[in-house]
Unconditional design. Structure first.
Length: 276
């Protein structure tokens, strides 16, 4: 195994680039920590290079993971000072990797039926971005579209998603108009989430194929998206609360959709009407 002790090594520059560049430009994403790397391997993601600390934690899990990485990619051992340069976190886990990740196509978000796609506009916080994607997968959404804002394939967002971005179709784009047109052509009902004044999510039909737009905290959605939406929806809130964290709001909407869809597909109980 190659051992690296100098921060001037070209591999160090590759990791720094992967941590700072927008992923779709070069398709290189940084994965920090054994769990995320395990998730990537399980999802069939190509690992380009991995680096392990010269004094990694011990245990069967680590040994097994390092053996697997050594079989499928270029695995190098680095000194603690080099690991500090490779890892973007303040306390490195001792294992980092660069993976090949590319933005999904919109078509991949609607392959499952009925589609339930979240459209995130201008979400700047990568941790929130990752948390929304995680909630989307957990609640059964079929995909996520991100317009501007944080890079969903950046290392902070990937950590926040806990691996969900590696499995769920996630589209990164700057063209909301194109997404709206594609969704319209695909027969998706488009809803725009607003803090107040919209139809309560419990009173709108989320069981049909739909794309639900959510805006950044504070700014919300721009007027064109609101005007073009088929319906405005809101998560009911008690005063004086004015808004919810976007990850919380997204989770509530996705799980309400899951509840409605499960109820729609549940078999009828003999002797009871459809409203039971």
């Amino acid at each position: 195994m190659q051992h690296i002790s100098s921060r001037r090594n070209p591999i160090v520059a590759r990791f720094r680039d992967a941590a700072t560049r927008a992923t779709p430009l070069d398709s290189s994403a940084l994965l920090e920590g054994p769990r995320l790397i395990e998730e990537a391997l399980a999802a069939g993601v190509t690992i380009d290079v991995a680096a392990v600390s010269s004094a990694p934690p011990t245990g069967d899990r680590w040994s097994s993971l390092l053996e697997r990485l050594d079989r499928v990619t270029h695995l190098v051992k680095v000194s603690p000072s080099v690991m500090a340069a490779l890892s973007p976190v303040s306390t490195p886990s001792g294992l980092v990797a660069i993976a090949t990740l590319r933005s999904a196509a919109f078509e991949s978000t609607i392959r499952a039926a009925p589609p339930l796609v979240l459209g995130l506009v201008g979400v700047q916080d990568p941790g929130n971005m990752g948390a929304v994607i995680r909630a989307a997968e957990a609640g059964g959404a079929t995909g996520v579209v991100t317009v501007a804002g944080a890079d969903p394939y950046g290392w902070k967002a990937l950590r926040g998603s806990m691996g969900s971005t590696l499995r769920l179709p996630v589209v990164r784009t700057n063209d909301a108009d194109r997404v709206r047109a594609d969704a319209r052509a695909s027969g998706l009902h488009q809803l725009a989430a607003v803090p107040r004044g919209g139809t309560p999510i419990t009173d709108t039909d989320l069981s049909r194929p739909c794309l639900i737009w959510l805006g950044a905290e504070g700014d919300g959605l721009a007027r064109p998206l609101l005007d073009d939406a088929d319906e405005l929806v809101s998560v009911p809130m008690h005063a004086p609360v004015e808004s919810l964290n976007i990850a919380v709001a997204s989770a509530l909407i996705v799980y309400e959709a899951a509840r409605q869809r499960a109820r729609r597909t549940a078999p009828a109980v003999a002797g009871r009407g459809p409203s039971a």
